[in-house]
Design a binder for this molecule. Structure first.
Ligand SMILES: [Zn+2]
Length: 222
């Protein structure tokens, strides 16, 4: 067995999305982003999607067991190719539930990849981000457009996503510290945690993760 069953951990703005798309290419891993998965189910009007929609329309959160059911559907669909799970679990309770469900399928996590970045780095990165309605991305300091407030590629005006406003970023970080950070110890205790420095250059982070995964895969084969 050389399947890699992975989860991604880390604060918003640490570069999880960038790393995820590169890793899925390098290792042929099915990517399971829980946000996208939820939207797909709702859009396609599946049974799980309809149940999730009821909760969202009622102003509540989608219950964990619904999200886990969607994830496991996808895991089963992908077979033994492994997976890279992003956006779940976000709490210790969710982590326990996921482990239990995987065990029922005679599977387990291979590793939890933590991409760490301190709050001040996250705030600087996210609050400087700008995008146009076509989704082209810029950063006011690190990757500014040629003309302020205007997209180089399509000429449309640039705006800040409401999620990236400093107050919202601080709130997202507070939630991360309170609910998700305990997962670092949780996976460390189980010998599954692998740490990466998200303040480094993307290419460097990627190389480091790739080397770690290659080693993990070798270990799985032995
Ligand atoms: Zn554009």
């Amino acid at each position: 067995m050389s399947e890699l069953n992975l989860i991604l951990l880390g604060p918003p703005g640490a570069g999880k999305g960038t790393q995820a798309s590169r890793l899925t290419e390098d290792f042929g891993l099915p990517y399971i982003g829980t946000g996208d998965l939820l939207r797909e189910h709702v859009d396609e009007g599946t049974d799980l999607g309809r149940q999730a929609k009821e909760h969202m329309e009622g102003g509540g959160l989608v219950p964990d067991d619904l999200v886990i059911a969607m994830i496991l559907d996808k895991v089963d669909e992908e077979g033994d190719d492994g997976f890279l799970l992003d956006g779940f679990p976000r709490t210790v309770v969710q982590a326990d539930a996921l482990a239990e469900e995987l065990e029922k399928r005679d599977r387990r996590l291979t590793a939890a990849l933590l991409i760490h970045a301190p709050d001040e780095v996250v705030i600087r990165r996210l609050s400087g981000r700008r995008q146009c309605s076509e989704g082209h991305l810029y950063h006011v300091n690190f990757d500014p457009p040629k003309h302020e407030g205007k997209c180089d590629q399509c000429g449309k005006p640039l705006h800040q996503r409401s999620d990236d406003e400093p107050e919202k970023v601080k709130k997202r970080l507070a939630t991360y510290h309170e609910k998700t950070e305990p997962l670092i110890d949780y996976y460390e205790d189980r010998g599954l945690l692998r740490r990466f420095d998200g303040t480094q250059d993307k290419v460097k982070v990627h190389d480091h993760i790739r080397a770690t995964l290659a080693t993990l895969r070798l270990e799985e084969r032995l």
